[in-house]
Design a protein around this ligand. Structure first.
Ligand code: SF4
Length: 356
């Protein structure tokens, strides 16, 4: 039987993906951007973001020179905003530490902010033809099933076993074509054939000696994350409206929604009028409790209680990290998805005169 690499390369010719916008490029910047966007995000969602991003920031230099706020605004809605902050930081590092020349070896690429071992390997393969192994989420699933590796891949032990397999299956020849095609084929197989649910084993080039398939245990691999109930948190958002403008506050760059614009947050039981006067020099009145909104993060669930307040008078000009925006301007800013939902509700409500 031919090797895993030979079968995958052969399969890819007819059945792999060949028309994704970032394919065929040897530009490390374009490849890097696509790899970061594809982390935890489906291809179909990524494509329009990738195209807009490349149009606005076509080079590493243009990204490095841009204000973080513009980068986050373009990322808005894609989630996992640390990816955008790291991307921006890494672009600056490439300009400063490497004089604008993207590092060419996996080991160096991996030292840039936000780039893990597998992402660095993918960039090194596609941009520079380096012979190195990838192991993203999809590839872990393929190898766990194919080699019959049980256990949760989040543990060091299982991860090491999977990395071993990733190296074992690499095509032998250190020629450019095979390593690129093999790597792309592996990604494509994980995304289109060896999918999380209902894998298409009958169309798989690895079926003949796949342990999961042979033993009819495909659904057991990889083992799921041990269940831990997610903590639940609650927060209050002050939806402060002054005429048709809303007050948004820029969050510190670290932590949840770092660097994004959000309505001010207050503790439950806090006196809203006093808080607004002390913090923002505003005379504001609570007019309605908007319906609560739930949002799920990787590590916890958040219930937001939006408090709609009208400003009667403003004594002070906004502080540096706060800004009055029209609802339409706010929708264009770097905001997280729940804030986008709340703004849309306000716009809809404006037609029913809740916002005046
Ligand atoms: S045979 Fe099925 S389980 Fe095995 S690698 Fe192929 S698609 Fe995945």
């Amino acid at each position: 039987m031919s090797s895993v690499a030979t079968r995958l390369i052969h399969w890819h010719k007819h059945d792999g993906r060949h028309h994704l916008p970032w394919q065929g490029s040897r530009d490390p910047y374009a490849i890097w951007l696509s790899e970061i966007m594809l982390q935890q995000t489906q291809v179909a969602t990524v494509i329009p973001y990738y195209q807009r991003f490349m149009q606005r920031f076509p080079t590493c230099q243009s990204l490095a020179l841009a204000p973080l706020d513009d980068v986050l605004a373009l990322w808005s809605g894609l989630g996992y905003y640390a990816r955008a902050r790291h991307l921006h930081q890494a672009a600056r590092s490439v300009m400063q530490d490497y004089h604008g020349n993207f590092p060419q070896q996996q080991e160096l690429i991996q030292q840039l902010p936000g780039i893990g071992r597998s992402t660095a390997a993918a960039i090194a393969v596609f941009a520079f033809g380096e012979r190195c192994a990838i192991l993203d989420g999809n590839v872990k699933r393929v190898f766990a099933r194919y080699a019959g590796i049980g256990g949760y891949p989040g543990t060091v032990k299982i991860q090491n076993l999977l990395w071993q397999k990733a190296h074992e299956y690499l095509p032998e020849r250190n020629a450019r074509q095979p390593i690129e095609i093999y790597t792309q084929a592996l990604m494509d197989l994980g995304a289109t054939v060896c999918t999380r649910s209902k894998p298409l084993c009958t169309a798989c080039p690895l079926q003949q000696d796949c342990v999961g398939f042979r033993e009819n245990r495909v659904a057991q691999f990889p083992a799921p994350k041990p269940h831990k109930s997610q903590p639940k948190k609650e927060t209050l958002f002050l939806m402060l409206l002054n005429q048709k403008q809303i007050l948004l506050e820029k969050r510190p760059t670290t932590g949840v929604w770092g660097g994004l614009w959000c309505p001010p947050e207050i503790m439950a039981g806090e006196d809203i009028a006093r808080y607004c006067a002390q913090q923002y020099g505003l005379d504001a009145r609570l007019v309605a409790d908007m319906p609560p909104l739930d949002h799920t993060f990787t590590h916890f669930k958040l219930r937001i209680h939006p408090q709609l307040c009208h400003v009667v008078s403003a004594a002070a000009s906004p502080q540096q990290h706060t800004r009055w925006m029209t609802l339409e301007q706010a929708l264009q800013a770097a905001i997280p998805t729940p804030v986008r939902k709340l703004l849309r509700q306000l716009i809809l409500s404006a037609e029913g005169s809740v916002v005046s």
